[in-house]
Design a protein around this ligand. Structure first.
Ligand code: ZN
Length: 420
């Protein structure tokens, strides 16, 4: 039934209704299409493991600005289009799904205490140096510490050479090319320790005596190819040289939270900077993710890998990343190379249980380290993603499971190379 407004239908608060309507319309236009509704403003706590913060309340048109993690408190003025507008203490501001936010009640505090990970992994370039040095002390005849180059901020990039340093054939195990995926460096260190332990104990893997294989082969373990990015993702701006901080904040959409950063210290995604169909795609300027640089090999970190591969005869490589529990192996191989590399990917999968990604002729990701190695040298290279999509931040519990599953990665490549 239509509401009868009687005599007052043309008047509201003593003002002609047409004037009220025009004023409301003008305010609406000035404020933009979607105005904030003062819907239960106040402080809220993130109760999901993580929640994306977007630049718009129109989901289809929005871009992710950053991430809030469980237990963070944010301030909200209200909602817009069903999304809650939030401001975090570290400067992140935008819209996120309401269902992951709760008022900071007693019950929520208890819930967070129970669920918040207390054991977030840290792994710095200093940890790399210390742990690799320890292995050279424990296994002086089998392990050599090397510096393969410097990062943009001048930090050394370390490698541990396991096996005969003068051998003519090599294998590469690489971690930490993406800043926030620094935990993959632990996989590389643990693999090195396992190979060394087995060699000293005279043990075999896949029927190959490890010590004997290491007389004619060596394995280069590079735990943190991107030490600047790893420091930025873990310690924030304080890790950056003072004269770089303002520029980094500009690159990071004016945010001071770098926990989601993937690039190096210059805003270049190193795994898009290799010369394999290198191209600038969506990201046109330096940023935390996806900017491939001004040219292939524009960065000192990727130059270090190129110089190493040009100097030594690498036969295969694994590059560890940390999102998706999958194995990428394809970059245009055909015939025997296709069969060989797919079989090796299946052998890695048999051990860690990760899904082997189907060949994609469109080569949707380009400029990656393994892409370049596979295409330029016609040799097997793998990108192995060690954790699932929700594993940020990485906890000790999750990482120790991933270490167990991936401990044999280098050994698989070693056995394959020894039998050739
Ligand atoms: Zn990655």
């Amino acid at each position: 039934m239509r509401r009868q407004t009687g005599k007052c239908s043309r008047w509201l608060w003593g003002i002609p209704i047409s004037i009220v309507a025009a004023a409301v319309l003008a305010v609406g236009v000035l404020a933009g299409q979607h105005a904030i509704v003062q819907n239960t403003p106040g402080d809220y706590v993130v109760v999901a493991k993580q929640v994306n913060v977007r630049d718009s309340s129109v989901f289809d048109k929005s871009k992710v600005l950053g991430t809030l993690f469980q237990g963070e408190t944010v301030h909200s003025q209200g909602t817009e289009n069903g999304f809650r507008k939030v401001q975090a203490a570290h400067g992140l501001e935008g819209y996120c799904s309401q269902k992951y936010l709760k008022r900071p009640s007693w019950a929520v505090q208890i819930y967070l205490k129970v669920t918040r990970p207390a054991d977030v992994v840290t792994f710095t370039n200093n940890d790399v140096r210390v742990k690799l040095t320890d292995l050279t002390v424990k296994y002086p005849d089998l392990a050599t510490l090397q510096v393969i180059g410097q990062s943009a901020w001048g930090d050394d990039i370390y490698a541990l050479v396991v096996g005969n340093p003068n051998a003519s054939r090599s294998i590469m195990i690489q971690g930490g090319i993406h800043a926030r995926e620094y935990a993959t460096g632990v996989i590389a260190v643990e693999q090195a320790a396992e190979v060394l332990r087995m060699a000293k104990a005279g043990e075999s893997s896949d029927g190959v005596n490890v010590a004997q294989a290491l007389q004619n082969l060596n394995i280069w373990f590079i735990p943190l190819l991107n030490p600047d990015g790893a420091a930025l993702a873990q310690q924030g701006l304080s890790a950056a040289p003072a004269d770089q901080r303002e520029m980094l904040v500009q690159m990071n959409n004016s945010l001071t939270d770098f926990s989601r950063w993937k690039a190096n210290g210059r805003g270049v995604d190193l795994n898009a900077n290799f010369d394999a169909h290198w191209q600038v795609k969506d990201q046109l300027t330096p940023f935390g993710n996806g900017y491939p640089g001004v040219a292939a090999f524009s960065e000192s970190e990727t130059q270090a890998v190129r110089a190493l591969v040009e100097k030594h005869s690498f036969e295969s490589m694994i590059c560890y990343h940390s999102t998706g529990e999958v194995i990428y192996w394809y970059f245009g191989q055909e015939g025997k190379a296709f069969d060989r590399d797919e079989a090796l990917a299946q052998a890695l999968s048999a051990e860690n249980g990760y899904r082997v990604v189907k060949p994609d002729p469109a080569l949707s990701s380009v400029g990656g380290c393994k892409d370049w190695f596979v295409e330029k040298y016609g040799l097997p290279g793998f990108t192995v993603e060690i954790l699932d999509y929700s594993s940020v931040p990485v906890t000790e519990t999750l990482l120790s499971q991933a270490v167990d599953l991936n401990l044999g990665g280098a050994l698989k490549l070693l056995a394959y190379a020894a039998e050739r």
